[in-house]
Design a protein around this ligand. Structure first.
Ligand code: MEV
Length: 305
């Protein structure tokens, strides 16, 4: 039996712009997905295409038990975390000798297959390696860790990343003169933010600007605006949509002392708040202590394949 976990992610800056080759900044977050894999002779069929994809890709069969701290379909990279943790657990249980880089690329290929061609290489990279990740010139690299206090607000409004990415792509194709400067401005904000990690007030202001630019791209939503406005009023340095938008989640960069107040404001505005900081470990092996390594509630159980 092998148990591994992998973290979710948020985009601090640059979502959507990265799809057009601009730079962006993503960060692994503390909530994780925990996966236990066990060699068994006749495993039951699993009902997740991601997990099925992992077993198929690695050519083995086994049973799976999952505990997730990440809400699904909310833009926090839960499918990437499930895929990465499952690949790591299979790799360990069956002694396949895959490296971290193999895991990241295999996870991306599985996501691409399941999501019919469109997947985020950022999600699988960040979940595998953890930390702060710069996306630049189509490549991803880890930056030194930063201690950002982040409150995530989940609108619980479901959204489809593929549809939002397609919508922005179409908007750009029909209006390049309008959309290209917006994408350039998002990239400028990302690039200036990297020189101002210690100036949290300015970083918050950049988040506000990035949010306005995302709204200009058409990926805002009234529920996101409500949580963003509430966070700012409760003392956040700044707040923005994170991920594809159109629902899903927002993030607020907060002074340490204001985290709870911002989380309370998000909940009062009908969102679900998660107080978090950066995860620096990425995928990690958990103790096989019988509670799936997570010390928490089990959201769902799959005895897979
Ligand atoms: C989704 O989390 C972020 C997008 O930029 C898509 C991507 O990076 O693949 C909208």
């Amino acid at each position: 039996m092998a148990t591994w976990s992998a973290p979710g992610k948020v985009f601090l800056f640059g979502e959507h712009a990265v799809v057009f080759g601009k730079s962006g900044l993503a960060m692994a977050i503390k909530p994780r997905v925990y996966v236990t894999v066990r060699k068994v002779r006749n495993p039951a069929k699993v009902n997740s295409p991601y997990i099925e994809g992992c077993f198929e890709e690695l050519g083995v069969t086994g049973s799976v038990y999952i505990h997730s701290q990440l809400p699904s379909s909310s833009g926090l990279g839960s499918s990437a975390a499930v895929t990465v943790a499952t690949l790591c657990a299979i790799n360990d249980e069956f002694g396949l000798g895959l490296t971290r880089s193999d895991i990241a690329s295999t996870a991306f290929n599985i996501e691409k297959k399941v999501q019919k061609g469109r997947a985020s290489p950022t999600d699988t990279f960040v979940s595998t390696y953890g930390g702060l990740v710069l996306i630049k010139d189509g490549k991803r690299r880890r930056l030194p860790p930063e201690n950002f206090n982040i409150v995530i607000g989940n609108t619980m409004v479901s959204h489809k990343t593929s549809e939002l990415v397609a919508m922005v792509g179409e908007f750009r194709a029909n209006n390049p003169l309008v959309v290209d400067p917006i994408l350039d401005a998002i990239e400028a904000v990302t690039s200036r933010s990297m020189h101002n990690f210690q100036n949290l007030k300015l970083l918050g202001r950049y988040m506000d600007i990035n949010n306005a630019l995302l709204e200009a791209l058409g990926v805002g939503h009234p529920a996101l605006s409500r949580l963003i406005t509430a966070s700012r009023a409760a003392g956040a340095y700044g707040a923005k949509i994170t991920g594809a938008g159109g629902g899903g989640c927002m993030i607020a960069l907060c002074p340490k002392r204001s985290k709870s107040k911002v989380a309370g404001a998000i909940e009062a505005a009908e969102g679900k708040a998660i107080i978090t900081t950066m995860d620096t470990e990425g995928a990690r092996k958990e103790e096989d202590n019988g509670n799936n390594g997570s010390n928490g509630r089990s959201d769902y159980i799959k005895t897979g394949r």
